[in-house]
Structure formats: C-alpha cells, structure tokens
Design a protein around this ligand. Structure first.
Ligand SMILES: [Ca+2]
Ligand SMILES: [Ca+2]
Length: 506
C-alpha cells in the first residue's frame, strides 16, 4: 500500500461519517461456498495490521467497511464497498477485509474442485481476483452519497497496484499471466447495485460474474457511478482470467485446461522503479452464463434468483403507477413490476436483477438497465373484471416461485399485465384515491388513480375520480394488494389521466 493510498485514507477520516439508512439487500444464493477457494496461504512479507492476515482473502469480496470516522468530530460510519470506495480497514464486526503483499510476497488460493476452462462460464472467463483498486471520483464518498451525483474522473484513472497472477495444477509447475491482466487493477469491486428510486444501495451484485468482455477502464471515463454500475450488467467487478490463455495441460477426461491453485505475487515495479505492493480481497470461480429469459419464465424462478431478462417494453413508466415501473414481454405473455429503476413508457429495456416477492406480487429488483430505444407499446388487452389477477401461476409459497393467485381467482394469472375494462363506477373513495368498477362479471375491481409523475406519490394533478354511477373505460396494470385479513385482492393501477375514459354519465 503506497503513500498516496494512505493519504486517501486520511482524507476519508475527515469526511462526515453518516450511518446508513435502511438497506435493501438481497442475499446471493445461499450456496456460494463452491465459488470460493478452500484455502489461502501466504509467503513473504505482508502488511501491517489489519493487512497482515492471508485468511482475509478466503471469503467473498468485501461488502461493507466500518469507517472509524474521526471522533469526536466525525462519527464512525458504515460505507459500502464500491468502485469509488475500496475495501480498507475492517468490516462490520471488526473482521479483516484485505491483505497487503509487500515486495516479493505471494498469496496462494486453492480451489477444490479445480477451476476449469469451461466455455459455459461467463464471457469465457474462469476465475476472478478482487483487490482494492478504485476509480478516482469527483467527490468524497460518504455513507449517504447519491451515486447519481458522484462521477468517475474524466481520465478514468484506476488506483491500480498491479501484481502478477499465476496458476498451477500441482503447486509445483506454475503458468503466469506475465503480460496481464494483473491483480489489484481493473475492474474495481462493486458490491451493490444502486437503487435510483430509493436513492440507496440495492441488491448485492454477483461476485462470480466478471464485467462484460471487452469493457475497459476507459469506458467508465466521466460516468456517474450509477451509470457505471449499469455497464457491469450484474457483475461485482474483479479482474477476470481465462485459463485458455495459458499453455496448461488438459484434463484427459474432459479435454479442458484446469488449475487447482491461483497465486498472486508482488513482483512488479512501477514506472519510477519502485516495488509495487498491493492488496487482495478475494478469489472466486466464475459461474456459468445464464441465458436471457422472458418475464414469464423469470416469475417461475424463486425469490433470490438472479435474472437476465429478454428485452421488454416499459408498460407503466416513471412513477406513473407508483415508485416502480412495469415491463411487458413483447409477445404480451407476461408483465412484471421492476423495483429500483424507472423508465418512460414505451422504452425497450434490457434488465438484469434479482427476483423477489413484495406484498404478494413478484418483482424484479433491478441491478442494471440498458435502454434499447423507443418501441410501440401494445394496446392493453380487454379483460372482464373477474379475470383481474386470476388463479395461481406455478406458485410455490416455500420458495416464492410463480405467482400467487388472488382470492377466489381462477384461470390465467394476469398480474403485471396491462388491461382495459368497461363498467359502471360503484364506489368512489377519495381518501384512498380509488374507485370500484363493476362490469357485471360478479367480481367488481378496485381501480387506483394514477400517480403524480414527479414521484411525490400523490394523485396525478390532472386526474379526477369519476362520479359514482358513471360508465367508464379504465386501462392500467393489473396488480395485487394484501387486505387487512391477509387476502390477496386484484387492483388496477391507472398510469395517467388518459387511462380513464368517461363513456356515459350517471
Ligand atoms: Ca475460459
Ligand atoms: Ca491496492
């Protein structure tokens, strides 16, 4: 760890440390152990405490730093590890997060089963090494910093401390990535997605998925951190390595190159001839790439499952129906609520995220969004009120998979779909900004007024609730709400004043 790094630390001590507000964290799949090394050992000279323990590199990459602050002037704080705030010091329980390799020192991780050159792995990469590199940012990062307001420097300078990575099958014969990539460089660790709606950290990102192939530090120049996280496409960063790049012997059974050991060595010198000393946070096996799935297939997955969605159309745009948006599969087969990101109606978007269930409705907690341009939003399907919600869709209450049906619902599950209904307004409730539509199908449907697109959550200023007895056409998104007794009820969420057409007065 060089002097400039220490200076960066002391600057941090002067920053106001503020406690994190409620965090929305979705745990990675429980079974992460097989992606981590079974053992890490060191040789040579390590850093001063707390950078002196090779076992700090044994677990998953760091997520939070317990920032000691500068009492009594600056209170201690908890700051998430990001591409502009690298791991240092200790974690929430005082645990050591990273280890420093001094000149000539090396750190060796053992994987069991061994790493394989598996073409099914993400971007063909096979393992990742996490250091504590970071992008120089436009401002000091505090616990409550808005990642839409912090920018990466225009030069996209990474505080890299490059160290050579080698692999071995037997711990005796080693093969080196002598011309790179190097450990403790690009890509910096990014522990969490950014929730742009709540303006706080969102789901954890995937530390077994490298950043997309071909992405370089220059691609991050001048970006807002929130936009830079989108480039990661659900990846928690790290430097990615491909076993195919080395002349390793192949496994006779599979015909694939493989390695049991990964070694990082502080054996390089910087431009001024000084020995480079760097940090290691973690090692990880790369997981298999996931095919993109449509919204309906995503709903079949349990809560906590990571998803790459096929391009879908935004059917309820920015704050129109609430602090979220809805997307629709282009074939209109399924719709899904998206949390953490919003986009205007009619945009074609490519999302990654984590499936979850909120108040009985399946949602995608977005980890990245790519806008693919304007597209035509299909007109809402005409439904009868008794079809709003519908029966269960492959629902498994123990895992959250599928979609729960509404109380007394039967047939096709329509939760998340845009719909259009005709009927008479029976009850108007100004307090809840809802009205009830009865189309004679036997199941009157609650309809909620559109929201103010400014995100304040209030009713759209251009909308008036219809009078009781009037005959209307109402369009919107079929959602659900849990009533006081625990029953799941359908509700139509209107998106704008045009979603209500008065057909006949009382
Ligand atoms: Ca490979
Ligand atoms: Ca470092």
């Amino acid at each position: 760890m060089k002097i400039r790094r220490v200076t960066a630390m002391s600057r941090r001590l002067m920053r106001l440390g503020l406690f994190l507000a409620a965090l929305s964290i979705v745990a990675l799949e429980a079974c992460t152990a097989s992606y981590l090394p079974v053992n890490v050992s060191a040789s040579g000279s390590l850093g001063f405490p707390p950078y002196d323990d090779p076992l700090a590199a044994l677990g998953r990459p760091s997520t939070f730093v317990r920032d000691p602050g500068f009492p009594p002037w600056v209170p201690p704080g908890t700051i998430a590890v990001s591409m502009v705030y690298a791991a240092w010091g200790t974690g929430l329980s005082g645990e050591k997060l990273i280890v420093t390799l001094r000149e000539g020192a090396s750190l060796t991780a053992e994987f069991n089963p061994p790493l394989m050159d598996d073409p099914a792995n993400w971007y063909g990469k096979d393992f990742l090494v996490f250091g504590n590199s970071f992008f120089v940012a436009s401002g000091f990062v505090q616990a409550d910093s808005d990642m839409e307001r912090i920018s990466i420097s225009g030069s996209a300078m990474v505080s890299a401390e490059p160290m050579t990575v080698s692999v071995s099958q037997d711990g005796v014969t080693w093969y080196s990535y002598s011309s790179g990539p190097f450990a403790d460089g690009f890509a910096p660790t990014q522990a969490f997605a950014w929730d742009r709606v709540q303006k706080r950290w969102g789901p954890e990102l995937d530390f077994t998925r490298p950043v997309p192939a071909g992405l370089t530090a220059a691609d991050f120049a001048g970006l807002k951190v929130a936009d830079a996280i989108d480039l990661h496409r659900d990846s928690a960063g790290g430097t990615a390595f491909d076993l195919a790049d080395l002349p390793l012997p192949v496994d006779p059974l599979t015909g694939r190159k493989w390695a049991r050991f990964v070694r990082v060595t502080a054996d390089r010198r910087d431009d001024d001839g000084f020995a480079v000393e760097g940090e290691i946070d973690a090692f990880a096996r790369v997981s298999h790439a996931r095919p993109e799935v449509a919204a309906g297939a995503a709903k079949l997955l349990p809560d906590g499952a990571r998803v790459d969605l096929k391009p879908a159309i935004v059917s309820a745009g920015t704050f129109e129906a609430g602090p979220f948006c809805y997307i629709l599969s282009p074939d209109r087969s399924a719709g899904l609520r998206v949390l953490g990101r919003v986009a205007p109606q009619g945009r074609l978007v490519s999302l990654t995220g984590v499936m979850d269930t909120v108040d009985g409705e399946r949602v995608l907690r977005a980890t990245s969004l790519r806008d693919l341009g304007e597209t035509a939003l299909p007109s809402p399907v005409a439904l009868r009120a008794c079809q709003a919600g519908g029966g269960p869709f492959h629902h498994d209450p123990s895992t959250g998979a599928g979609q729960e049906g509404v109380e007394g619902g039967a047939g096709l599950n329509t939760v998340g779909l845009p719909a259009r209904l005709h009927g008479r307004v029976t009850v108007v409730a100004a307090q809840t900004e809802t009205f009830t539509l009865d189309d004679g199908s036997g199941r009157p449907l609650e309809c909620r007024a559109p929201r103010n697109p400014d995100g304040s959550g209030s009713m759209h200023p251009g909308f008036s609730l219809p009078g009781a007895g009037s005959f209307v056409e109402a369009s919107g998104i079929i959602s659900v709400r849990r009533d006081a007794g625990g029953a799941l009820k359908p509700v139509l969420l209107l998106r704008n004043p045009g979603d209500l057409k008065l057909l006949a007065l009382p």
